[in-house]
Write a protein that binds this ligand. Structure first.
Ligand code: ATP
Length: 138
């Protein structure tokens, strides 16, 4: 059993029900879940690896535009399996790879791509503490 951090981003909140169904249909359990609206500073901290990228301002504006839902998912090979369920970062590319991919179903474009998934077990641990820990949590 492995853990990963999934985010239903602000553009996909209206699809919350379908996304939670897909999570369970694919054999995950949800250990913890919370809805939260992040501040500019919290988003900048969460995505600090991207702070020099040209899309960073767009990313921050998008991620603060409304509430999001963070979920701690548990299951076999959770990190890689969740990332393969959501598909590539760019919604258009996800659509090319298959209409079953969650970003193909619920995303809009390269920035507003509906979902996040941790990229490694160590990122997952850091991101789970961000949302559910007490020290750096929100
Ligand atoms: P996430 O971390 O949200 O799962 P990811 O790992 O697929 O996405 P990252 O490279 O970590 O992608 O980028 C973080 C987020 O920044 C993306 O999910 C997307 O919202 C936005 N983003 C990434 N690359 C671009 C880009 N070239 N143009 C616009 N927005 C981008």
């Amino acid at each position: 059993q492995e853990r990963t951090l999934a985010i239903i981003k602000p553009d996909a909140i209206r699809h919350l029900g379908e996304i939670i169904s897909a999570v369970y249909e694919n054999g995950f359990n949800i250990a913890r879940m919370r809805m939260v609206k992040l501040s500019q500073n919290e988003v900048m901290y969460f995505y600090s690896e991207h702070k020099t990228k040209d899309f960073f301002p767009r990313l921050c504006e998008f991620m603060t535009s409304g509430p999001l839902v963070a979920m701690e998912l548990v299951g076999p090979d959770a990190v890689n399996r969740w990332r393969s369920m959501i598909g590539p970062t760019d919604t258009q590319r996800a659509r090319e790879q298959g209409s079953h991919l969650l970003r193909a179903r619920f995303g809009t474009d390269g920035t507003r791509n509906a979902l996040h998934g941790s990229d490694s077990a160590s990122s997952a641990q850091r991101e789970i503490s961000f949302f559910f820990g007490s020290k750096y949590g929100v």
